[in-house]
Design a protein around this ligand. Structure first.
Ligand code: F6R
Length: 259
């Protein structure tokens, strides 16, 4: 696990975007796993800037998103499909048909989840998986108590996630946040060839501590990434503030990145 600690979230987002841009340039048919939420927005803007500057093209890239709320159509302005269209897909030259988000209105959710996993497998697996982290240490919507081997399935959000998501989205109304979601599993995520996790602000400090230095445990599902052999954490100083070895991680990752 490499922990890149930057002064600002802008700097961290730029470095993470550069890593993705370089990977797409190297392999124009890259398979991306994508995340929603407030955290990756700046990175998506940087990725879009690189397309605008003609440094890279996403015409042959395929993507699969981590999760979607149950009960929301992709046209709903709080759905993750809508979020991705607005914050990334409309701003880059990816073909919309090559982008995949779980269907929150699927009648048979198990069938939907099985089909999603099969699509990813058929595409050759995810090359780079983008992740945020919940304040309770979740990745995708894999809440505390979820098996670290879980697969894509219908999951139940904790009250703290519902509160967090209402704060930033759903106009602050907790009662409007769906209580269930379809989510890639921890096991599914860990099969990605590379993972890039972003975390900003002091509200993520405990989660990052658990993810990087805590015991590997289903009570912080992000800690499963400790067993991944190509996982990069891009964070600001506030999110890294509780790490015991933060100076060492910062030096090691900066050396590896040549920054
Ligand atoms: C979103 C997702 C979630 C978020 C996490 C952090 O697709 O899978 O795990 O990454 O809840 O959300 P923000 O970035 O809004 O703090």
């Amino acid at each position: 696990m490499e922990v890149v600690i930057c002064k600002t979230r802008e700097e961290a987002s730029k470095l993470a975007a550069n890593m993705i841009t370089a990977a797409v340039k190297k392999n124009p048919k890259l398979v991306l796993g994508l995340a929603t939420g407030s955290t990756p927005v700046l990175m998506y803007t940087e990725m879009a800037n690189a397309v605008k500057a003609k440094k890279v093209s996403y015409r042959q890239v395929k993507s699969w998103n981590l999760d979607e709320y149950v009960g929301l159509a992709g046209t709903h302005d709080q759905s993750y499909r809508y979020f991705m269209n607005e914050n990334l897909f409309k701003k880059i030259d990816i073909k919309l048909a090559n982008t995949h988000v779980l269907n929150g209105l699927a009648e048979d959710v198990d069938k939907e989840c099985r089909a999603y996993e099969a699509q990813i497998k058929k595409a050759g697996g995810i090359d780079i998986q983008v992740l945020g982290i919940g304040s309770d240490g979740h990745i995708a919507f894999n809440e505390p108590g979820t098996s670290l081997k879980s697969r894509t399935s219908c999951v139940y959000l904790t009250p703290s996630t519902i509160r967090d998501n209402a704060r930033l989205f759903f106009k602050g109304k907790e009662k409007d946040v769906p209580t269930r979601a379809l989510s890639m599993g921890v096991g599914t995520i860990c099969e990605a060839k590379k993972c890039i996790l972003l975390a900003f602000g002091k509200g993520k400090a405990d989660a990052i501590k658990g993810c990087v230095e805590g015991p590997m445990s289903q009570f912080c599902t992000a800690s499963a990434l400790q067993a991944h052999n190509d996982c990069w954490i891009f964070c600001d100083e506030a999110a890294a503030s509780k790490l015991k070895l933060k100076k060492y991680y910062a030096w090691r990752s900066a050396t590896k990145l040549g920054i």
